[in-house]
Design a protein around this ligand. Structure first.
Ligand code: MF3
Ligand code: CO
Length: 248
């Protein structure tokens, strides 16, 4: 069952989303060679608390940090720690907050210093995939129109999409129905209705789509060790079209 939100609920989720956008902006600015991912996590937690919100990931199924920091071949769910960022790396930062009982969730991939041309292309394509997907979050469309748009953008550019992890509905829980794969058939899946809120999160790989989970039970990496990029927004389906809730 896909839960639809009232106008009032969307206002609250927009507030949660704005908090995430602000924190992501600060963390992005702070993410330079020489910083540890633990420093990013500390910064994010401090800023989330300052906004009277809670870090949604901390303690979720035992997850030990407030954000996810995934470097290079790490796709998602990298755990912040003593690892030091270096020029030329791709860093993906994923943040979720709970605010007044509602969740929002967003992620960006940022290049650290100068990165290779192919890495830049990967980041641009993943970002465009999310933008294409957003444009499909329209009343009357099918859910997998979103999925197909992501897959098309990635594959048309010679990249692949991760199939083992998906986007999701979001609201009073971080993960609600429906699951939103990053691949699918246009014109299939549930019909989108006003008030649905979707966390859409393309994970685009430079090489093959296969991934595996490291010993730490969290970090997802590409099986072929090639780069991966991840972008996510929490997006509401409204009568005025798609509304990105996780922006400033
Ligand atoms: N944004 C991630 C998702 O939608 C959440 C990270 S999982 C956590 O699944 F454990 F870190 F919370
Ligand atoms: Co998510």
């Amino acid at each position: 069952m896909i839960i639809r939100k009232s106008q009032g609920e969307l206002v609250t989720m927009r507030e949660a989303g704005r908090i995430i956008a602000g924190v992501l902006h600060e963390v992005k600015t702070f993410s330079k060679a020489g910083k540890t991912t633990k420093q990013l996590d500390d910064l994010a937690r401090k800023l989330i608390k300052k906004e009277k919100a809670e870090p949604a990931f901390l303690g979720y199924k035992g997850y030990p940090a407030s954000i996810c920091t995934s470097i290079n071949e790490q796709v998602v769910h990298g755990i912040p720690g003593e690892v030091v960022l270096k020029d030329g790396e791709l860093l993906s930062v994923d943040i979720g907050v709970k605010y007044k009982g509602y969740f929002a969730d967003a992620a960006v991939t940022v290049p650290i210093g100068e990165v290779s041309e192919n890495a830049k292309a990967l980041v641009e394509v993943a970002k465009k995939a999310l933008d294409d997907a957003k444009d499909k979050a329209v009343v009357g469309n099918h859910l997998y129109d979103i999925s197909a748009a992501i897959q098309k953008r990635a594959e048309d550019n010679g990249f692949s999409v991760v199939r083992d992890f998906v986007g999701h509905g979001i609201g009073q829980k971080m993960h609600e129905d429906p699951q939103i794969p990053n691949f699918g058939e246009r014109g299939t899946g549930p019909i989108l209705k006003e008030g649905m809120v979707l966390a859409i999160e393309p994970m685009v790989n430079q090489g093959k789509s296969e991934v595996k989970v490291l010993e730490d039970k969290w970090t997802v990496v590409t099986a072929d060790k090639k780069l991966s990029a991840h972008f996510e927004h929490t997006i509401a389906v409204t009568s005025d079209g798609p509304q990105i809730l996780t922006k400033l």
